[in-house]
Design a protein around this ligand. Structure first.
Ligand code: FEO
Length: 384
């Protein structure tokens, strides 16, 4: 697959994977992107996941013919991209690895060698001429590991963006970019908003016409749309107005309260209400939605003097990703000594700029007239 006359895709699609990084369901598979720049000196950008080394090396061979790569540019050392560095360096003994100093330390850890005598350590702003193409290396620590760099090619105005601007899904999948890019972003890079903001500032200074990420499609048009979404996500601003209700329910009574609230919100004209059962629905979709909308309702039971485990896990996922800038409503259920709301508030106490609704709905076993009135009050506060 040609991206430009002399930039060629040599990556692979993974249709076998069930959980990406051991936790994210990827029903439409995954792509591990790798690129070749065909110039006086040939550069290959990153390797691929461990299970696809042979396919990847074959892709390189059929693209290059008798020619040999001069450089392996290693932008990120996570094994979904770096698994075949040692194999590549063995196959192409004339090649030099190009990476940050931290990446070479990681190569030593992964492969027992950092390719002394065949390494080129680069830092912020360093350049490498391939002939017609000149590469500029831009560090991007914690997007998504500390050794990460991205690369700008002046000749083609292409940004090789490492994990940034990636998405779940193999390249032969027809689906909306934002949906799976958002789930990928908040799942994988969500904690590092400040670092993504730093990278976006560096990118803003460049004339970028194509973005080549390490996952998902190459982006060639309407780049301000993708960059705009990354700016929203990394600054933790809500992307859409709407209310997400996340709940757990043991015998259906908390669920009944949640559905009653959703009906009240919809009847009052709220344009978007989404309801998620944290025990049954995809947790990674739930995390995505919590960051997408501007209001979040948490409803759970008191359990073992704590809260139901799926709710605790969900809140942990949010707080470890710096969840902030949202309006929060709380619903608790307990047959004796209900304390779930207090526990949820405590778990969120270090999250910045959260506004809690004054009304905390307390259900004692099942919804009654009193708790129904409280749900009505909560709905009004959420819509205020
Ligand atoms: Fe796609 Fe952070 O690896």
């Amino acid at each position: 697959m040609k991206i430009t006359e002399d930039i060629v895709y040599v990556g692979v699609n993974d249709r076998e994977i069930d959980l990406f990084e051991g936790q994210y369901p990827v029903p439409n598979g995954m792509a591990y992107n790798s690129y070749a720049i065909l110039d006086e000196h040939i550069a290959i950008f990153d390797t691929v996941d461990g299970r696809f080394g042979d396919v990847w090396l074959q892709n390189i061979k059929s693209t290059l013919g008798d020619k040999k790569p001069r450089y392996l540019i290693v932008q990120h050392m996570e094994p979904d991209h770096a698994a075949h560095i040692a194999k590549f360096m063995e196959m192409y003994p004339e090649a030099t690895a190009v990476a940050t100093a931290k990446a070479f330390c990681m190569m030593m850890q992964f492969f027992g060698t950092d390719f002394q005598g065949r390494q080129r350590v680069v830092k912020e702003g360093d350049t490498l001429s391939l002939g017609k193409h000149t590469l500029t290396f831009i560090t991007a620590p914690m997007v998504h590991w500390p050794e990460v760099m991205v690369t700008y090619d002046t000749a083609s105005k292409t940004l090789f963006s490492a994990d940034a601007f990636g998405k779940f899904g193999a390249l032969d999948t027809e689906e909306d970019w934002a949906c799976e890019a958002r789930r990928y972003y908040f799942g994988i890079v969500g904690k590092y908003g400040a670092q993504v903001q730093t990278l976006l500032k560096k990118v803003a200074a460049l004339d970028v016409q194509t973005i080549c990420p390490l996952h998902g499609p190459m982006l060639c048009e309407n780049l301000s749309y993708y960059i705009g979404l990354y700016n929203t996500w990394s600054s933790y601003e809500p992307e859409n107005e709407g209310i997400m209700i996340a709940y757990t329910s043991v015998y259906g009574n908390t669920k009944k309260a949640v559905l009653t609230l959703a009906d009240k919100l919809t009847a009052a004209g709220c344009p978007k209400v989404t309801v998620t059962d944290l025990a049954r629905d995809d947790m990674t979709e739930a995390v995505e939605d919590a960051f997408r909308y501007d209001r979040l309702v948490l409803a759970t039971t008191t359990y073992n003097n704590d809260i139901f485990p799926f709710m605790r896990t969900f809140i942990d996922h949010l707080t470890e990703r710096n969840f902030q800038k949202r309006k929060i409503g709380l619903i608790e259920n307990g047959t004796w000594a209900p304390a779930a709301a207090k526990t949820m508030q405590k778990l969120l106490e270090n999250s910045k700029n959260l506004t809690f609704c004054d009304t905390i709905v307390q259900i004692k076993s099942s919804v009654n007239e009193e708790s129904n009135a409280a749900l009505e009050k909560l709905a009004r506060e959420l819509l205020a």
